[in-house]
Design a binder for this molecule. Structure first.
Ligand SMILES: [Zn+2]
Length: 410
């Protein structure tokens, strides 16, 4: 056999294996007969692949034994615990690292504070923490198949390089995150913008499951959107789409870290709200509880703002309601442009719950084109502050199930 032909056969075998595995995974449980009918492979071709998947543990045979009318057919089920991936979300103030199985069920999730101003040092520390987490998790290291990292900033789709991340600092320009982490950890690494990653998580295993036209809005240290249309994540040419936070809403507004003035996120991201609270709180009367916090601690944090937002007439509640209203206007524009079925909101500010969501939803309904917004679901993400972390996991899992990485490491 010629070398090319051997290569093609090998490729075909991998492809068939992936189709068999994905079909079993998507249907929950199938008999061999149903499986053969669904994928149209010959029984001979299928038998070998199924045997291999059972032997390697990715597929389990269930229902062995006799029924009243003779032998009950064996059913095939996907075994999500045959492999695992590492998920990571990086933000300026917090890095979340964890391990999930192939069904996105968490084994362990750890929240860390890693200084990221110096990219190489930050990633070395992340690699060390990841190694420690794997060692203490009880998961066999060889069963960890890949790592997915969700990043705040512009991530080049073809090279998985972080082109720029104003939230992490000025040194984050053209940082080869994939290459560095692969070198440090010796495993396949996939890197994606945090909102795109979170949208994938919401679509694959969150409230957005089965909703092919949806957006995920990340209200974190910045503001951005991941948009899924017709079941596919919208990337644009380089993978930079979704920069909702840089919609200019006030040309005379504060300087944004992108270089423009008055961007949505320079006014209403979690960091912007904290900045504003710290500079305005002295103007509030003595009855304002947040003013006492500021006086005692010297500064107000995002946790203080969220805690004191439960005081309905207080400064924090007013600020968050105002943010909800303005963010809602921006979301209305996405709905007008994309004709969505659902919008899910996550990130730090999502912790404010209905205080944020009520004005946000009212503003979306007020500002979007009526026929487009009528039946749109606008909800908090079920994964809330961990959506970015599950996004990292979703990116790695998608690479596996799309065949960009082989299950057997071939
Ligand atoms: Zn901007």
């Amino acid at each position: 056999m010629k070398r090319n032909e051997a290569g093609n056969l090998q490729h075909l075998k991998k492809l068939n294996r992936l189709v068999v595995l994905n079909t079993i995974r998507q249907h929950g449980s199938l008999s061999r007969k149903q499986l053969a009918k669904l994928i149209g492979l010959t029984p001979a071709a299928m038998t070998g692949i199924v045997r291999e998947l059972v032997e390697t543990g990715y597929v389990t045979e269930i229902g062995l034994g006799k029924s009243a009318r003779g032998r009950r057919p064996v059913r095939l089920e996907f075994n999500p615990s045959a492999g695992f991936v590492v998920g990571v979300e990086i933000t300026r103030q917090r890095t979340t690292v964890g391990i999930v199985n192939l069904g996105a069920q968490p084994v362990v999730i750890k929240r860390l504070s890693i200084a990221m101003e110096e990219p190489r040092l930050g990633l070395e520390r992340l690699a060390e923490e990841t190694r420690n987490l794997i060692m203490s998790s009880g998961v066999e290291p060889k069963k960890i198949l890949a790592m997915g990292v969700a990043y705040p900033g512009l991530v080049d789709r073809s090279t998985h390089t972080v082109k720029r991340s104003p939230n992490l600092g000025d040194k984050w320009r053209d940082v080869p995150v994939k290459a560095w982490l692969q070198e440090l950890l010796g495993m396949e690494v996939f890197v994606e913008n945090n909102s795109n990653a979170a949208a994938l998580a919401e679509y694959n295993f969150g409230k957005g499951n089965g909703v092919p036209n949806m957006a995920y809005i990340n209200l974190g240290e910045g503001i951005s959107a991941g948009i899924i249309l017709n079941g596919t994540l919208v990337y644009g040419k380089k993978g930079f789409s979704g920069e909702l936070g840089h919609m200019v809403i006030d040309e005379d507004g504060p300087l944004c870290n992108c270089g423009n003035n008055g961007c949505l996120e320079s006014l209403y991201s979690a960091l912007a709200l904290v900045r504003r609270a710290n500079s305005e709180i002295y103007l509030c009367g003595e009855e304002e509880p947040l003013r006492s916090v500021w006086r005692e601690k010297g500064e107000i944090s995002i946790d203080d703002l969220l805690t004191w937002s439960s005081y309905p007439e207080g400064y924090a509640a007013r600020l968050i309601r105002q943010a909800g209203w303005h963010i809602g206007r921006a979301i209305a524009t996405i709905i007008n442009l994309c004709d969505l079925e659902a919008v899910f909101v996550g990130g730090i500010l999502a912790a404010a719950g209905s205080l944020l969501m009520d004005p946000l939803t009212e503003s979306v309904k007020r500002h979007a084109f009526p026929e487009l917004v009528q039946e749109v679901r606008i909800e908090l993400s079920a994964m809330q502050e961990d959506t970015g972390f599950y996004g990292g996991c979703a990116v790695a899992l998608q690479a596996l199930f799309e065949g960009r990485l082989d299950f057997y490491g071939e």
